[in-house]
Ligand binder design. Structure first.
Ligand code: SF4
Ligand code: SF4
Length: 70
């Protein structure tokens, strides 16, 4: 299945705004650090089907990390 929400993880500063905003609570942070030295936000493949493509996360993100598909 195609992903509904994709994160440009190397641009994420791990501010957590998207995590707080997601009504489905499916956004988490990676254990690994990105190239900026932050734990980037992501949605696991198993949780993609729970995404409702509301794009609230993308609107919250100050760094334009998130792209949402319908
Ligand atoms: S599009 Fe909506 S449901 Fe999907 S991850 Fe973003 S905030 Fe959550
Ligand atoms: S709002 Fe953007 S910068 Fe902040 S944690 Fe989410 S994806 Fe990363």
């Amino acid at each position: 299945m195609a992903k509904r929400v994709v994160f440009k993880q190397d641009h994420c500063k791990s501010c957590g705004l998207c995590i707080s905003a997601c009504p489905k609570q499916i956004i988490r942070v990676q254990d690994e650090l990105n190239s900026l030295g932050y734990h980037p936000a992501f949605v696991d493949d198993n949780d993609q089907q729970s995404c409702i493509s509301c794009a609230i996360c993308a609107r919250m993100c100050p760094d334009a990390v998130i792209e949402v598909f319908r």
